[in-house]
Structure formats: structure tokens, C-alpha cells
Design a protein around this ligand. Sequence first.
Ligand SMILES: Cc1cc2nc3c(=O)[nH]c(=O)nc-3n(C[C@H](O)[C@H](O)[C@H](O)COP(=O)(O)OP(=O)(O)OC[C@H]3O[C@@H](n4cnc5c(N)ncnc54)[C@H](O)[C@@H]3O)c2cc1C
Length: 556
Amino acid sequence: MVLKEEKLDRRSFLKGAAAVGGAAALTSLVGCDTEEPGGAATARPEWMPEFDEAADVVIIGYGGAGVCAAIEAYEQGASVIVFEKSPIADGGSTGCSSGNIHTAPKSDPQKWVEKIMRGSFDTVDQETVEKMVAHAMDTPDWFEKVNIPVVWGEMGTESVTRPASSSGRMTGYDGNEGRFLWAGLNQAAEDREIDIRLNTPVTDIIQNPFTKELVGVVVTEDGGKGAEKYIKANKGVVMACGGYGGSPERQYQYNHPGIYLWPWGTPYNTGDGFDFSIRAGADLWHLDGCEYSAVAFRLASEECGASVSTDATAGITPYNHIFVNRKGERFMNEAKSMNHDIESKPVEDFSSAESDFINLPFFMVFDQTMFDAKPLYIGSGRSNIINTYAGVWELCDWGPDNSKALSKGWIFQADTLEELAGKIKGTTPAKIAVNGIDAEGLKASVAAYNQYAAAGEDKDFGRRAQNMAPIETPPFYAIEMTVSNINTQGGARRDGDCQVIDTKGQKIGRFFSGGEFGSINGFVYVYGNIFEALTSGWVCGQNAAKLESWDPDNVY
Ligand SMILES: Cc1cc2nc3c(=O)[nH]c(=O)nc-3n(C[C@H](O)[C@H](O)[C@H](O)COP(=O)(O)OP(=O)(O)OC[C@H]3O[C@@H](n4cnc5c(N)ncnc54)[C@H](O)[C@@H]3O)c2cc1C
């Protein structure tokens, strides 16, 4: 609703500005043509900053959703600027993903609607899901329209919670992984000479305090260290800035207090969309959707700022190892795949008495046989090895064997288990230093496990016989482990037009959202995340580009 009649005095403006979005609005006061007391109306309302640049459609984030939004808005004849936080066009999590584009079962879209509804436990209204499935049906045609060569297959129809099989591959590139998908998408944007500003995070939104429409964004140059610039969005703003896998703080607040799942995806996805959405008055949803992936090496992950994970998702090989907690006790089947897991698991077991998670920190204990066999971390970016951001961008120099990790202090070594227990160090989520673990507990755990390995039956955790090998050859080793995540689904609620919805169920004008942030997947991703990013991306771009430009002379 446009409140044309309403006049703001400076006091009520300041109140409004604070509610609208702090920095942007307040800074706008400094830059605007101030009004003389009792004087004539100014050309530019006080809440509106002096814009440095303008484009019809302004896009936050150059990943899967952002690139499709940009291409479609461009195809619709709109001028476009994309702002990307990363200094390189890495494609965000899309660019380091496994690249499986799950396609709609064209034969039975209704079944897909049902699966999404079921996998979301009724957190999404049917109309939104139906619209998104209908858009998904059009996605192959959209790729054809914009001349991006993809070979599509069909998604299996039997899986309830997951896309059963994958399909969709960018032709003309060597492989079926996210980096090849990204190479094709990036090329299509480059061919169109779309204006992409790397190393330029969006740091705020600019909202009309009366209509609540988004009219622009604030960016901070030089990776957030440089000058602030005010960018006008004539038609709309597309929020395509990914999830919050790269933010410990947000995971602590929204998912697991104290437990950080290191991102398999880009560390630049720190959930900045929450700031924009909350300031704009958006409703939030799907914060519980945060999926585990393989276990990772904590200190290496910390050094790289992203998950340095074991390449295996179904257990680490060879099998001469167990995981233990600070009591030296095993607590889970170490060969269990954590991939796409969402259930709570033993690493999250909490003790009220200790006010801490009893199985964190946890350590992999292994022997010389395993140390000698191969590097614990092989990296990724090669065929048949799981992609991760750290792998694709080669952030971790583990070396050809485990000696570098040992010399860096990531791996602890000792001649006996007792001595090893005393050397192990870590920190609990409640920030209590662990200087040594229980030696008796460790010795008992290894002895019991070795018996299970010999007998071919793990009586405690059901680890399969073929996944057990003894821990018997000294010296012995330990390394602190951690957990990783594939994706998050939480963010701003959106409707089937990919428009952001406020807490009263109303659309927020000119504010569109695509991709993983505020995914329509309510819990697990049934509507494949990449497919959603691509589909919601082009829908955002189209719907934003089709709007009439707002009129700066008529903004009260
Ligand atoms: C290793 C891995 C494998 C996966 N495999 C699959 C798979 O096979 N199939 C599947 O469906 N899904 C998969 N997923 C999930 C899927 O890849 C992602 O959910 C999806 O690609 C996210 O797309 P997006 O466009 O929302 O975000 P992204 O592609 O991550 O793009 C978001 C971009 O926004 C940028 N950004 C963030 N904040 C700002 C800001 N303030 N200003 C400007 N830019 C900003 C980021 O730097 C990033 O480039 C996988 C994920 C990972 C990590």
C-alpha cells in the first residue's frame, strides 16, 4: 500500500529508518537533500540514498540461482548487475557440488508434489509446491530457450524422501559434476556480457518504508572492506546468496548450539540473506533443514575455512580405526554413512549433568597399518571422488602421505595406547579444554573392537564385518574429527512466484528469492537443491524483469 498522503517528520523518519534497515536508511539521511524547516518538499525523500548506480534487476550472489536469474532477466531485456561476495567466479556451492540436476518425473508431476509435501511435513502450502513443480517442468525448455546445452534424463519416482536417481548433464564439458555444470552456466553469462561484480558483497537492502518494496541494495567494495555504494534496483532485487553452511554462529543459533558442521560448500555462504530478510520483514522457514555429510578433519578444516572431509561417505578405508570420545569410548558405527543425514546422531548426544555434548570432541584412533596405507585426505576435484569446496579449489595441501599432517600437529602419535591417550587434545563445544582422554577407556574400547573385528561381529554398534580391521600395529595415532554439512534449507519464506513473503503472508514488493536460502524443501531435499536453484533462479529473473520500474518521483 502506497501511503501517498502520509507526511513524515524527521522524528518519525528516524524511527522508520531504524525499522527499515539501519545502515542504509540512516546513511541516506546524511546524503539526502535536506528540507528547510517549513520549506518545500525535496526532490528525493529523506529515506532514499543518493544512488551510485542503477540496474533493472539487481542480483545478490553469483551461484546456481543467481546465474539463471541473471540470464533470464537479461533475456527479458532488463539491465542486470550481479554482486558476488567471493573474489573468484567459483559458482558458490553449485560450482563445487556433485552436479546432479534432479529432473521432474514428467509423467507424474502430482506424485512429485506429494513427495515434496510429505518430505516437508506440511510446512509448505500445496499451491507453492504445485507452482514450483510446474516451473520445474519448464526448466528443460528454459535451458533450450537460452541455448544452454543440457542432456536431461528422468528422475526415479519411487523414492519418498530423496530424488531417487539423478540426471541432467551439461554437454560440451568433460564430466557430470558441479564444476562442469558451473562452467557451462558461467560461460552462458559471459557470452551475454552480464555485469558481474566479484569481491563485492551486498551488505544491506534499501526498502521503501511506506510500500515496503525493495528499491535497491548497499554493497561494500573490496570484499567488504572498501567503500559502500548504493545500487538502485529499478524493477527488483533477487536474493540468491545461498545457505548458511559457512556460518558457525547461525548454525549455533538455528540448528545445533555449539556444534558447527563445516561446509562442503562455499564458505562465503554465511546466511547474509537472513539479515536482508529480517530487515525487510520476511517470514522465515525451514531452519531445521541442515544436512550432514562425511566426517572431516577438524584442524585441517579450520585452517582451510571449509570442510576437509574424508573422501568416503560410507566409511574411511582401510578399516583399522575407531572413533572415541573423551572417555575413550566408542559411540557409533564408524562406517555408517552420514551423507544426506538429517537425523540426530550420537555426536549430538547431550548430557544435562555436564551441560555439554558428551561425544564431542571426537577422535579417530588408528594404527601404523592405516597410517602407511594412504593419505587420510585425498582431496577431490577428480573423477569418482566427492566434490567439496576445499577439494575443488585445492585449499588443503595434505601431501602424498600423512607425514605433513603429523608434523603440523593435526595427528597425534605414540608407541602405546596409554601414551596416545595422554597426548590427545581438543576442545568441547562448551569450550572446555580436553588435555588427554581416558586411557583405560581407550584401551578397553580398542580391545573390545579388536575382538569384534576378529569375530566378524560388532556387538556394540553393528559395524559390518567387512568394515572392521584390527588396531594392533604400533605406533598408534589419533586425529580430531568433526562433522560437515552439504546444505541448509532455512531462509525467507517464498511463494510459487519466488517472491518473498512477510510475516502476515503478504508478498514483499520487488523482493525475489531463489536457491538454497529459504528452499521450498521443508526438511530433506526432495526437490533437488540444484534443480531448485536453477528453476527458482530463472523464475526470479523473469518475474523481476517483467515488473514496471518504480517511479522515484512517486515514492511516498
Ligand atoms: C559438495 C556438494 C555436493 C552437492 N551435490 C548436490 C547434487 O548433486 N544435487 C543437488 O541437487 N544438490 C547438491 N548439493 C546442494 C546444491 O549444490 C546447493 O544447494 C545449490 O547448488 C545452492 O545453489 P544456490 O544458488 O542457492 O547457492 P550457491 O550456488 O552457493 O550460490 C550462492 C552465492 O552467493 C554468494 N553470496 C553469499 N552471500 C553474499 C552476499 N552477501 N553478497 C553477494 N554474494 C553473496 C556466495 O558466495 C555464492 O557464490 C550439493 C552441495 C554440496 C556442497
